[in-house]
Design a protein around this ligand. Sequence first.
Ligand code: PLP
Length: 916
Amino acid sequence: MDQNDHITPTLFDFDDFVKAKLNALKSKGSYRQFLLIDKQASLFPKFSYRNIDGKTKQATNWCTNDYLALSTWQGNRDKANEITHLSGTGSGGTRNISGSTIYHQALEGTLALWHDQERAILFNSAYQANLTTLATLGRHIPELIFISDEENHASLIEGMRSTANKKLIFRHNDIDHLECILNKLDAHAPKIIVFESIYSISGTIAPVAKIVELAKKHHCLTFVDEVHAVGLYGNNGSGLLNQLGLSSAVDIINGTLSKAIGVFGGYIAASHLWIDFIRSFGSGFIFTTSLPPALCAAAEHSIREIIANEELRKHFFENVTWLRHALDDQYIRYSGEGTHITNIHIGDAERCKAIATDLLEDHGQYLQPINHPTVPEGKECLRITVTPRHTRLDMQDLARSLNRVLKPKIILTGRSSRLSKVQMRLAHDKIKVHFPDLHEEVQYKESRGDRLAHVALHTQEGIDFFTEDVFNELKEGSADIAIHSLKDMSSAHFFGEHRFAVIDRDEVRDIAIFNPEVLDKIKSGKPIQIGTCSFRREYMAFHVLKNILPQLGPEITIEPLPIRGNIDTRLNKLNRREYDGIILAAAGINRMLNSIEDRASFLELMANKKWMVLPLVECVPAPCQAAIVVEAIPTNRIAQIILNKIKDPALHLLCMEEKRIANHYGAGCIQKFGVTTLHIGDRTVVLAKGQDESGVTFEDWHGLNSPGVEVHPDFILSSDELGYVPVKSPLNENIKSIQFDLGCFIAHISAIDSISPDYFHKTRVWVAGMATWKKMAQKGIWVEGCADSFGFQSIASLLKTSLISLDPLEISILTNKKSALRWIHSGYRAIGTYELTYESNLLHKYKLISAKMIFWNCFAHYDSVQNILPSGIIHACLPGRTAEALKIVGLDPLIFPTINAFNQWKKKYIQAYIAA
Ligand code: PLP
């Protein structure tokens, strides 16, 4: 005998079944609790309620669908009273059996006209109208295929579900998906597209025009639920279709009398034929008592008010905007752009409920949690609606309450490298200054570039190796603001759809760092192995280094060795003697040294290293090198507000310009050129230099302009062409006072003619420009960096960085006696180590007196001939001391960044002159 034969069947336990179902709801936090409101028209939107302790409390209603507050309008209340008085409370019958009154007919007529359709019929709710219409269509046309938006309202779904018809669902508002579905269907099969115009919870708007177009093409009916648009949108207030001029382009419109109209009931509006059909076959229309006449009259009265009172609708939308400003001010994120629905995503039923409870009990703000099944699990939210009767003060109070309860935070994301973390702290600090009470969370993301740390990136497919994973976080919504090094970002991305703010820029130059044994290698003539993964650095820095490293043996040879990894990894590799030297961005190290957390370990990594900051004009940095950019998607309003506040607009423009100019020469990580901005006097020029995509070398100065006066090119001279012969006489007695221990700046190689190179082995040496640097190198002296002939003051801030740590006022400027006196006068330490005079001859004097524009290579040139200069001459010069000295004597020189730049300008000027 089978064991089962002994089991006596138990009776179905209804109670257990129902309790289990309810408990499941409760455990998910989706169990609904109704708040009993003592709704009073005069107090609206405030109301009283009893809390769980039985106490009477007051709150403000932020979740009503009585959008225009017309349920409380005296006109409607009077109308309902009047007709109730006249005709009684109920209609007393179905439409077929004594329930069709003059009030029903009048309202249906008004609705048809309002929606630009032939006819309308009333239902007891829009729910019933949806259910009945779709079910009737389905049952009577069994071949009809329902094509439904995935976020359609329950009443639409119930209507379709109650039939045996084929149903196909397209992704929410996804017109491509809809088209794809339609394309696959038999062209002859009857079809209907069912959708809403404005989605009530998410506040999204359907692409109505495109749907209508597709429907026409594929011979489909269209059914549009306008429940949340009726009364609010369009010229006459009938809905979004009216606003779009598409009211009569759809087949069936569904609307409600219970929301913006403020009364009760629902309807459809369509052609005579369709209305006649639903009226004749729709069970939910036929077999139910019709609406009370007084409600029909009040609803009609309300619609007339909506049509006539444009101000009311305007006020409503102004309040929507005000509410959003108040939320922005309190960093509350929301969606629903372009509609009146403001949705705050919560994403968890329990939390949503707890938040709503706190808001009500502690803050007197009533927002019903929107949980499953109204929204899918994970999309739980608070849905705020505002009416013309909410005041601005109410809105501010709500926003403040939300801030207290939600504790909004902003999520920052960036690469997980140490430098990236330091850059993120910098962004964080800037945000804190402007938004001190905003909570922040920081998360890190490993980038593809980090994952591929062992390979050369130019061998890999793709761009944005260091930024793509990070900006994907923004797209996915798991972070609000991404922080990057701007030079890591491709122009395609930078000029793409996201928004950016450049917030900071450190020192732009590159730095070459060596192990001390490099000097022995130089002496022995062995090749020096330098690690770099940048074509630009290899192309631009190697040949310069050959000439500026101390020339202690045979000609220096440099071999590139690939290197990858973050700056700390690279410094470690250098320390392990895998390389003789490496080239990095000076900014990276400087930022690490500025960081309290990283300083000690970086000092250790840099200990016993010899380094030189590479010259700017010879080794032009990458476009936007050393700049930090923060990024956010345009729809993230809070992030956009933050970006706008922390952005450095001038820097932002400069960086855009560098990127734009760089694009002109090529892009990607194989570029062999640099682009950098130079501030010369009071103008900004951009230097682009190197080799372009097609292998052509170039040096272009962008932003140089002409003197504005017409000068014959023959009369534009450089003071070098005037045949000056500098006569130098050393001033040996001054040399003893040189304080080498604090560092020195050599303004001209003549300044050290009479000084033994030994002096310079004991100190830190900076030089004016490349000519001096090369000569120092020939003397075997290690130079840390130069001023690129832009004058000592152009490197004052560079010297003060944590990386260099030299005080410009402490180091000794070695120059000629006259210049030294000027420096001392301005508070610097300077020593005149030689006397400088110039001799010229008659021929040159003749050239000089016919000149119209003179480019002064140094102030002393000007000084020695100023008495014989013709009047009205245009002066030009290099930046720095020469420019300053010329200004002091009352001239306004045109400043050119380099002699090359002057010559380039002159060439272009001559071409233009000849052409003219
Ligand atoms: N359609 C949508 C999109 C809705 O949101 C609602 C109600 O919330 C309805 C239809 C039903 O409207 P009524 O309240 O008139 O039954």
